[in-house]
Design a protein around this ligand. Structure first.
Ligand code: Q9C
Ligand code: ZN
Length: 354
């Protein structure tokens, strides 16, 4: 399989996120991706290549799924933040005010703090000077991986990128995410000729952004296995009764599991998800690959062990679909590389001898 990484990921390096009334060090760090790259050099799974950060048609592809005014906001956010006060260069931009339901979302505020709130849903996702450049190149990485799989060049590809994407919606950031890399990869597979594409989100947290983007569409099935939103982030989406709307009714599947879930129970949910993907008749698959389901993850609550990830990769390969893996969460920094590469190794082995 082909591995492409975002060569600009290090430009996004948030300092602090809001947690229980204080600012704490960001969990979503440059080291996460670096550990995966190091592991990929130690255990060769396939060719590792820097992604083209600015391929043809990138901005059009972003505007297919994201609102133009949101993209303009992200592109200019850092300059607007510095314009408020030049000394802001030493501080991350974080939102602190949001429009509640019933308040106006249609009027674009002139005030920067208000725009930050309009386009976000948490105070855990700092914007820094390089956030836009890193996020845009990351989206390019995911789209590029999908284009390679579409062209039949590879059965599997891995877009190794950060910041992650699955919490980002058409017009909001949050959950460490700005652009929805997994959704953009799914759309690129559609554009490449796959009539039906499935997104399988195995990150610990519900893929609320991806669900929202495709909620009324029948050509993309979204499946997410995650901590039950009654107790787990992102709290306000991800329940089992969310099945899609309009033309998309029946094309969203949520498989919430309680905090503390072990691999046997998680594996049963994976099988249910893969069964749904087979019944849907998917012609291509995107895996939103978060490894924050690991027992040692500092912000999550499932109990998967390192060896389990190999089994996960094998089960995904057994679906027999052209597959694009997109890197999402995983915060047990020392083990993120091993766990991620275990998935890819299981997938590759099973792909070669089905
Ligand atoms: N102190 C992804 O895994 N906040 N995002 C958790 C921890 C948000 C996770 C609070 C977690 C977002 C891509
Ligand atoms: Zn996560």
């Amino acid at each position: 399989m082909l591995i492409t990484y975002n060569p600009h990921h290090h430009l996004h390096q948030g300092r602090q996120e809001m947690f229980r009334g204080r600012l704490v060090d960001c969990h979503e760090t440059v080291a996460r991706l670096d550990h995966v790259l190091t592991e990929l050099q130690r255990r060769v799974i396939g060719e590792v290549r820097a992604a083209d950060p600015d391929p043809a048609g990138l901005d059009d592809a972003l505007a297919r799924l994201h609102a133009p005014r949101y993209l303009r906001f992200l592109e200019r956010a850092w300059d607007d933040w510095i314009a408020l006060d030049p000394s802001n260069v030493e501080r991350d931009a974080l939102p602190s005010v949001w429009p509640a339901p019933g308040m106006r979302h249609d009027v674009l505020p002139e005030n920067f703090a208000a725009r930050m709130g309009l386009f976000s849903f948490d105070a855990g996702t700092p914007i820094v000077q390089g956030s836009w450049a890193a996020a845009r190149a990351g989206a390019a990485c995911a789209i590029g991986a999908a284009r390679i799989v579409s062209s039949g060049g590879e059965r599997g590809a891995f877009a190794l990128t950060r910041p992650p994407g699955h919490h980002a919606g058409a017009d909001f950031f949050g959950g460490y995410c700005f652009l929805n890399n997994s959704a953009l990869a799914a759309q690129a597979l559609r554009d490449g000729g796959a009539a039906r594409v499935a997104v399988l989100d195995v990150d610990y947290h519900h893929g609320n952004g991806t669900q929202a983007i495709f909620y009324e569409r029948s050509d993309v099935l979204t499946v997410s296995i995650h901590g039950d939103p009654r107790t787990e982030y992102p709290f306000f989406l991800g329940h089992a009764d969310e099945r899609g709307a309009g033309a998309g009714t029946g094309f969203n599947l949520n498989l919430p599991l309680p905090r503390g879930t072990d691999f046997a129970r998680w594996r049963a949910a994976l099988d249910a998800g893969l069964t749904a993907i087979a019944s849907f008749g998917a012609q291509a698959l995107v895996v939103a690959l978060g490894v924050d389901t690991f027992e040692g993850d500092p912000i999550s609550g499932f109990k998967l062990r390192s060896a389990d990830y190999d089994t996960v990769g094998e089960a995904i390969a057994a679906a027999g679909l052209p597959t694009v893996f997109v890197f999402e969460g995983g915060y047990a920094v020392a083990e993120v590389g091993i766990n991620t590469v275990n998935v890819l190794e299981g997938f590759s082995r099973r792909s070669r001898s089905p």
